[in-house]
Design a protein around this ligand. Structure first.
Ligand SMILES: *Cc1c(COP(=O)(O)O)cnc(C)c1O
Length: 243
């Protein structure tokens, strides 16, 4: 079991390296994030012990369940799922350093309030729905810049970049369009020089499309299935929740 995971991990690291080289990028520019939804703490541990540092859950419940078991091994937790405002307190308890899925103003407001109260700050990425599929969360591309400007006013939230889930399609050029759109929005924001906004991170690309994402400028690729195997639940279970 763990041998399989380690072999898969090695394959992914090679894929990332090859994609970087073929698009003239330094492999250090692209971080691997392990998407660990439905994966047991033991299996996650295997990857952390092999030197992986960055993991992310989609649900606060799973973050909580695995927290104790993973605590002793140094790593960084991001959050990549739809975050309900009533879960904010919980998420701050479990050492999440970055919420990659900030996609609406009311969530930002409530985060700011709670962070002020706790005397903390948190990093965020703005999630953009580049495929414009209804099943996916994320701010509409036309409203992304406005949301960034609004979130920038909240001093407890440190914007580090943008995140997207590309279109699920076997047609690479359609997927590429999503990533290119995200890059384009990033460039527009950089040109605006908004105070309290860093735009270095582009979190895009998953098991099936990470090469395309890296070609289009990804700095974080989020991989689950290709390392841990197929999940029992369909992704709609994670991405189709009622808002
Ligand atoms: C599950 C998930 C991933 C990883 O997807 P795979 O296809 O399993 O690699 C990436 N990003 C988000 C937001 C996810 O929920």
């Amino acid at each position: 079991m763990s041998k399989e995971i380690l072999d898969n991990l090695e394959d992914i690291l090679k894929r990332i390296e090859r994609a970087c080289i073929s698009s003239n990028r330094a492999p250090e520019e692209v971080k691997l994030l392990l998407a660990t939804k439905t994966v047991s703490a033991d299996r996650i541990k295997t990857t952390l012990q092999a030197g992986q540092k960055l993991i992310a859950e989609n649900k606060v419940q799973e973050l909580k369940q695995k927290y104790e078991a993973l605590k002793e091994i140094p790593h960084t937790n991001h959050f990549i799922g739809h975050l309900q405002t009533n879960k904010i307190k919980d998420i701050l308890k479990y050492d999440v350093t970055c919420i990659q899925s900030l996609d609406r103003l009311d969530l930002a407001e409530k985060l700011q309030q709670r962070l002020e109260y706790e005397g903390k700050t948190i990093e965020v990425l703005i999630q953009v729905n580049t495929s414009e599929e209804e099943s996916k969360f994320g701010v509409h591309p036309d409203q992304a810049i406005e949301l960034v400007k609004q979130v920038a006013q909240f001093d407890r939230l440190k914007i580090k970049g943008l995140m997207t889930i590309g279109l699920f399609s076997a047609e690479t050029e359609k997927v590429r369009r999503c990533f290119r759109l995200l890059k384009n929005i990033q460039e527009q924001i950089i040109d605006m020089n908004i105070p309290n906004v860093d735009m270095q991170e582009l979190s895009m690309g998953m098991s099936g499309d990470l090469e395309t994402a890296i070609e289009e400028g990804a700095t974080i690729v989020r991989v689950g299935t290709a390392i841990f195997g197929q999940r029992i639940y369909p992704d709609s279970y994670y991405w189709n929740e009622k808002k």
